[in-house]
Design a protein around this ligand. Structure first.
Ligand code: ADP
Ligand code: ASP
Ligand code: MG
Length: 439
């Protein structure tokens, strides 16, 4: 059971988790940091990188005093309030110490880990105060990524199993989402939103009966509720559909979090902590075909267009193009080709300039940034007719920069300017799901 930032965001919300975890089933409870905390910690690290020590200290103090307020309301007894205040002070003293030395990536990761370390300790103390038995299992003792930044499934499985053997009779095992160690044993993380990933990695390692992601909405909606009104919850999704939507920007799930569950065929249930009786969304291997199921969008996309007469009737040209992306360890999202040109999108612009420079050895290169991929999930089997015209009709006022169709039986993706994204999502809802967007 993974509870996200809002689900542990206030003392009231933390107390409201207790009935949700108090049945007789043995469970692992994965907690995120309190909502807003990781953003604040990111700001502190950015200030420290910029050598703005004073501003970083002010932010740190603000966060520390917010947590002292949380402690005051969370516990009923002076004894636990006192321990809570001590706990908070020790974590913020630890962060403050980093303002006194040279700041590196190592320290950045150590600071970012504090949010989940604090939330899990506060929650376990709450259970202790209520005399509910639980164990706090440090994620840093089993969660690990390899030198490529990928989860080390073997290490995770062996270590969490060994650790859990020590607590065979315990029903509630609490651990931190998001944080892990890297191949060198240093503190690291699974990237923003990574607590979902923690939950599914643990679920897969232990082959649990179900992975539950508890959040602030009644499951997976058919469009992004942050940009579109009248979105509707989907009661069932297949792993492939959910993975596609998560990868292409549906924030409710971390982009890679479906994969471990899919590999071990473990159902994933999305639930709302504010409305626990709602059935939420169930993600399984079963796919119930429907013309259009859902839409998602991913920002921060860059496109590279390579044009070269050498591509005409040539073989091996694309290999040369791909090798350049491989050399910079940059994954490709979308690709389209014509006789003499190829367009490619990436979501990690770290080596964009270097990649463009190397590609210029092969032909002329145009780079475009501030783009978004819109992904439509539904029935896109190649024998089906009529879906492309419906989508293009819906978006006939939006310039389409690339179209990817036929790569997957369950999705079609489009590349557009980010400034057109909200409009595109709304138009798709109106035309494909017949919602009027409150207009
Ligand atoms: P948590 O802190 O619990 O991990 P997140 O904020 O990461 O929660 O994810 C839940 C949020 O995802 C929702 O509040 C909603 O605004 C957003 N969201 C984006 N796309 C979707 C979607 N397709 N279905 C449901 N929620 C979505
Ligand atoms: N606290 C982390 C974040 O805000 C991880 C998570 O919430 O899933 O990104
Ligand atoms: Mg999240």
């Amino acid at each position: 059971m993974k509870f996200g930032g809002t689900s542990v965001g206030t003392p009231e919300r933390m107390k409201a988790l207790i009935p949700l975890i108090s049945d007789d089933d043995r469970k692992i409870v994965v907690l995120s940091a309190l909502s807003g905390t990781t953003n604040s910690l990111v700001e502190i690290t950015e200030l420290l990188y910029a050598d703005k020590i004073e501003e970083a200290s002010v932010k740190n103090e603000e966060l520390r005093s917010k947590y002292h307020g949380v402690v005051d309301d969370l516990y009923a007894t002076d004894e636990f309030r006192k321990s809570g205040h001590e706990l908070i002070d020790s974590h913020f003293e630890y962060i403050r110490n980093f303002t006194l030395r040279v700041f590196t990536r190592l320290q950045e990761k150590a600071i970012l880990a504090q949010g989940e370390l604090i939330s899990t300790s506060l929650f376990q103390m709450l259970l202790q105060e209520r005399k509910i038995r639980s164990v706090l299992l440090p994620a840093l003792s089993f969660m690990r990524i390899d030198k490529d930044g990928e989860p080390d499934a073997f290490y995770i499985r062996e270590n969490i199993r060994r650790e859990l053997k020590k607590y065979a009779s315990e029903k509630i095992i609490i651990t931190q989402g998001y944080i892990c160690r890297n191949a060198y044993g240093e503190v690291d993380n699974l990237k923003r939103g990574g607590s979902d990933f923690t939950a599914s990695l643990i679920g897969a390692a232990l082959k649990v009966s179900e992975i539950q992601i508890w959040t602030d909405i009644n499951g997976f909606h058919n469009n992004d509720p942050r940009f579109v009104e009248n979105t509707e919850v989907l009661r069932e999704l297949s792993f492939d559909e959910a993975a596609e939507l998560a990868y292409f920007g549906a924030k409710i799930l971390h982009p890679y979090s479906v994969n471990p569950a899919r590999e071990k065929n473990i159902p994933v249930r999305l639930k709302n902590t504010m409305e626990p009786e709602d059935p939420g969304t169930l993600i399984t291997s079963e796919c119930k075909l429907q013309d259009y199921k859902a839409v998602a969008a991913k920002d921060g996309i860059s496109a590279l267009r390579i044009k070269s007469a050498r591509m005409l009737m040539a073989y091996g040209f694309l290999r040369k193009v791909f090798e350049i992306f491989e050399a910079y360890r940059t994954p490709i999202d979308m690709i389209t080709t014509s006789e003499v040109s190829v367009s490619i999108t990436i979501d990690n612009p770290q080596y964009l300039n270097e990649i463009a420079k190397d590609l210029r050895e092969l032909g002329s290169v145009e780079v475009e940034e501030n783009l978004s991929i819109v992904c439509i999930v539904g029935d896109f089997r190649t024998e089906r007719t009529g879906s492309a015209p419906e989508i293009f009709e819906a978006l006939n006022t939006i310039p389409l920069k690339m179209i990817s169709y036929g790569g997957s039986p369950n999705s079609l993706s489009l590349l557009i300017d980010t400034k057109n994204k909200t409009k595109a999502l709304q138009l798709l809802s109106e035309h494909l799901f017949n919602t009027n967007n409150g207009q």
